[in-house]
Design a protein around this ligand. Sequence first.
Ligand code: SF4
Length: 338
Amino acid sequence: MTVSPLNTTAPTVAATTQDTLLEVRDLKKHFPIKGGILRRTVANVKALDGVSFAIKRGETLGLVGESGCGKTTTGRTVLRLIQATSGEVKFENQDVMKAGRAEMRKLRRDMQIVFQDPYASLDPRVPVGVSIAEGLRIHEIGNDKEQRDRVKVVLERVGMNATHMRRFPHEFSGGQRQRIGIARALVMQPKLIVCDEPVSALDVSIQAQVLNLLKDLQEDLGLTYLFIAHNLSVVEHISDRVGVMYLGRMVELASRDQLFSHPMHPYTKALMSAIPLPDPTIKRERIILQGDVPSPVNPPSGCYFHPRCWLAQEVCKQEDPVFEEKEPGHWAACHFAQ
Ligand code: SF4
């Protein structure tokens, strides 16, 4: 099966089954740039340029790529925190993009987000218990006592003390604040959590604790994660499958084992060559990419990666490689991927 990221009838990458929780098809988000006296649209920033994937219930799909590749926009567009330019998002077979107010209200309970900077996402003027219960109040779930009881349960579930609900955000460490961020998502009993760089701002030792907590919660509660990170080691630790993004597109998608044992796309190979090896006696050749990521306003012709790719041939400048299944479950967009 082949799929072009530019084809609006593109099938979703990964066979959709009864177990598919989230299905994203040819998702695009173009931010207009206004200019002139009449403030007309003079160009578009193609933050997302045709992304397709599916996530099964209970699965973790990791999304990686350099800053500005579109991974955060993907997460937010899927949740409809940002309105997509085009494409389709289906959650439990329901069209998220076309959901009305009432349907969206229900969907918001099932789809939650954990942000990179929990401090910025918590109101510094109110005790954390109030912030955690915010979703329950908005959705009118339970009375005051029931809401308090639920906050206590989730705080304990994320390894905090129930008495912490009366304290303010500044009284906690970064790791504790991220646990509070997770508690705030969990209190709604969601099915899907978009984890947007949830450990990037934490010390390495704390990162492992938070990742292990997310894994435990997934096992106990059957959660599904879209896990966004720029660090491949973090993604390897937590993901079942991994998607690699470059300039608003998915360039490779495979199971974690396939991707880490046999990366196909040159960009993925370059990212992997930068992962430090635990054994200092083993040397790995580092692939240094030349140049910067091109502008998403005016992406290169053909393969978007060709100006930085050491394997580029003439065809790469002319023809956009199709994102296709190179081996079962392993997708890549490269004329020479093998
Ligand atoms: Fe490199 Fe060509 Fe493959 Fe693009 S299509 S990644 S330029 S080899």
